[in-house]
Design a protein around this ligand. Sequence first.
Ligand SMILES: *Cc1c(COP(=O)(O)O)cnc(C)c1O
Length: 390
Amino acid sequence: MKIPIARTYLTEEEIQSVQEPLRTGWLVQGPYVKEFEEKWSNFVGVQNSIAVTSCTSALHLSLAATGFKAGDTAIVPAFTWISTANVVEHLGGSVIFCDIDPVTFNIDVKQIEEKILPTTKAILPVHLFGLSADMDPIAEIANAHNLSIIEDAACGFGSRYKGKHVGALGNTGCFSFHPRKSITTGEGGMITTNDDKLASKLRELRDHGAGMSDLQRHLGPKPFLLSDHKEAGYNQRMTDIQAVLGSSQMNRAKEIIDERRKIASKYNEAFKSLDWLQIPFFSDDYDHGYQSYPCMIKTEDYSKKNIESMNLKRNNWMEMLQDHGISTRPATHSVHMLTYYKEKYLLNSQDYINSYIANECSISLPLFNGMTEEESDYVIDIVTSNNPFK
Ligand SMILES: *Cc1c(COP(=O)(O)O)cnc(C)c1O
């Protein structure tokens, strides 16, 4: 059996839907983008959704729209996809890394306050792998220090914190529709916000700084006049071809989340007695969206020598799984260990010890919509019968 780490699942109807905008001829930021944004706002429970080209552009525009500028600093968890940090650099700012909690893989809220500098303007909590960050203390710190909160909710589809969907908790929330995420448009992203003024600024910034979109102009009384541009904006517009695909998947939103949770519960049940494997965190305050199923080879010895040996064991274990046809990946990377950041900020791996360990010892197991019972049974069988320490 061959089981990939993830596999795109689309219904025939969803695949067919892509033809609709192609036949109408309106291909960019048109009626299907509007429909997708409306469905997204209803689902997340926010006033505004702004579709863009990726989560990375969502993060970038959010920072720009909240006034983040050259010379400012922003707090970013060290263990996340690199783009959470890159957008800070793109705007001429500097990144202040913060370590993670090794159990949740999310930013360690106890360490945030001591990192804040006079130049700090924003914090980018990440809801990694579909588990919300601990947002109440983050909101308190942000209020006390006048920081904006830009949620990296790339993996946050279906993730709730104390009953509220992520993306409705900060100044903006940023989602991804990359094929590795629970809903996909190939490439694509969405910004959510309850702040109407911020929303119109974001709409301008994604569309070259135009005060009015092409669709608004086209439907208005004077379609022949061009709009004014008060900003040097960007082009981060989503196409209707992408939007109709996202919009049609939204009709299955609950089904998509339920199916992922079902597979995760089956894994949890099968793996909870393995004393060498840490399974994804869960508690009553959090609804996990299971963008992926991140685990960790457990260790209590944090010495560099031991972590190196654990890393070898993990890699051998991944190779064994690959030999059995099961694809796995490290859950994600530690950004402070990647050359650009390591060299620019003169960082050592162990400066953020929990992120370092997660980088060396984490492993994501296959979890995707359309995974068969046979496939999940097979993963469980191979994982439970192959202890990496034996
Ligand atoms: C996937 C991901 C991103 C990037 O999303 P894109 O849509 O590919 O730009 C950013 N942050 C996190 C945590 C992610 O998982």
